[in-house]
Design a protein around this ligand. Structure first.
Ligand SMILES: C[C@H](O)[C@H](O)[C@@H](O)C(=O)CO
Ligand SMILES: [Mn+2]
Length: 419
């Protein structure tokens, strides 16, 4: 049976519930997922004086063929994007600058260092997002940056972040869509602090300095990313969820929720409706924590499906900036991007195909038996036939056939890269 025939049969089953399938597919095409470049080279970057990965994050595995240069990383990203339906964005970190061999420190970065990324983005038709990199640097080695007691170190990182926003503004102007500048810092303490307030006061002052210049949101949108703990900051993180939720609300910035940055039973999906009641937009780093903030490749698990449902139920496809954040070096890195991003798109499609208004009515009427029964039955509705058609319509491989493309790419390209 052809993809289209299966699609038409499945479409009828959803239409029975008033779902407009064609409209859902059209909506989905316009939801960009921000694909994180750092999965492609294990968060290494291209600084001339590159440092070991730090900041309490970790990459495990040594699968051969990782990108070693900007051109290789862009080549790998292009391959992955060719296997993912829809038009997306690529998320860069400051350490992915290109300086023609010149040593450029974090407080010296400029838009010109990202010109090749912009040229590439125009060529492949993607938007760009940006992140200042406040880790993997000598001035971050004691695990404090924007909240550091040493003002000189704070000034260094404040300058880095100020420059990062200007680079994002450059992306926005060049590419005709706003770039998200997301600030995450590793600041915290391994053991129980004697003073939780003072570092947070310093962080607030630093952020106020960083955001002092108003930048038009048609070019740059600011986000701040919270965290619960990291390796070496198990007892206390300066930029906690409460800190950034308050700071974002008070300063009209986006709070960025990373799904690996909360207690294991605390679900980001459960936070979205509350956050959107008080702020117009929010940002996500969709990841998969296994035992800790392990940054596993995103799978189509219950939490991912619930995140998709919350975004759609809250009519927030234009208000939630969806980024991915995982780095797995134990598998083919192009496959990792492909699996994680296709799953994020699947999650949104599953939500768009759900008769959400009907389910809301059942809840309002207290018909909890029907609510539960239907939510469970919809899980086995023929979603796959719709997804396969969406992939075919968008010119990307259907079902697992993309894996063969990755195998060929690995044989012809990745395997030829010496470590
Ligand atoms: C590389 C990213 O900045 C990093 O993963 C950050 O987003 C984070 O989630 C740290 O745990
Ligand atoms: Mn993150």
């Amino acid at each position: 049976m052809t993809v289209e025939k299966r699609f038409l049969d499945a479409k009828q089953q959803y239409e029975k519930w008033g779902v407009n399938v064609e409209e859902a597919l059209q909506q989905l095409k316009h939801v960009p997922i921000s694909v994180h470049c750092w999965q492609g080279d294990d968060v290494g970057g291209f600084e001339v004086n590159a440092n070991e990965l730090s900041g309490g994050i970790d990459v495990t595995g040594n699968y051969p063929g990782k990108a070693r240069t900007p051109d290789e990383l862009r080549q790998d990203l292009e391959k992955a994007l060719s296997l993912i339906p829809g038009k997306h964005k690529v998320n860069l970190h400051a350490i992915y600058l290109e300086t023609e061999g010149e040593v450029v420190d974090r407080n010296e970065i400029e838009p010109k260092h990202f010109e090749k990324w912009v040229e590439w983005a125009k060529k492949v038709g993607v938007g760009l997002d940006f992140n200042p990199t406040l880790f993997s640097h000598p001035k971050a080695e004691d695990g404090l940056t924007l909240s550091h007691p040493d003002q000189e170190i704070r000034e260094f990182w404040i300058e880095h972040c100020i420059r990062s926003r200007k680079i994002a503004e450059y992306f926005g102007k060049e590419l005709g869509q706003p770039a998200l500048t997301n600030i995450w810092i590793p600041d915290g303490y391994k053991d129980v602090p004697s003073d939780r307030l003072t570092p947070r006061k310093r962080l607030k002052e630093s952020l106020d300095r960083i955001f002092a210049e108003e930048i038009d949101e048609q070019y740059n949108i600011d986000a701040v990313e919270s965290k619960l703990f990291g390796i070496g900051s198990e007892a206390y993180v300066v930029g906690s969820h409460e800190f950034y939720m308050g700071y974002a609300l008070q300063n009209q910035k986006l709070c960025l929720l990373d799904t690996g940055h909360y207690h294991p039973t605390e679900m980001v999906s459960n936070k979205i409706s509350s956050m959107l009641l008080f702020s117009e937009k929010l940002a996500l780093h969709v990841s998969r924590p296994v035992r800790w903030d392990s940054d596993h490749v995103v799978t189509l698990d219950d939490e991912l499906r619930e995140i998709g449902l919350e975004i759609v139920r809250n009519n927030a496809l234009d208000n939630v900036m969806i980024g991915l954040d995982f780095f797995d070096a134990s598998i083919n890195r192009v496959a990792a991007w492909t699996i994680g991003t296709r799953n994020m798109v699947k999650s949104l499609l599953l939500a768009l195909l759900t008769p959400n208004e009907h389910l809301k009515e059942l809840q309002e009427k207290g018909q909890f038996t029907e609510r539960l029964a239907l939510m469970e039955e919809f899980k086995t509705y023929p979603f796959g036939a719709i997804w396969d058609y969406y992939c075919e319509q968008n010119g990307v491989p259907v079902q697992e056939s993309w894996l063969e493309d990755v195998h060929v790419y690995e044989k012809e390209v990745l395997s030829k890269r010496e470590a």
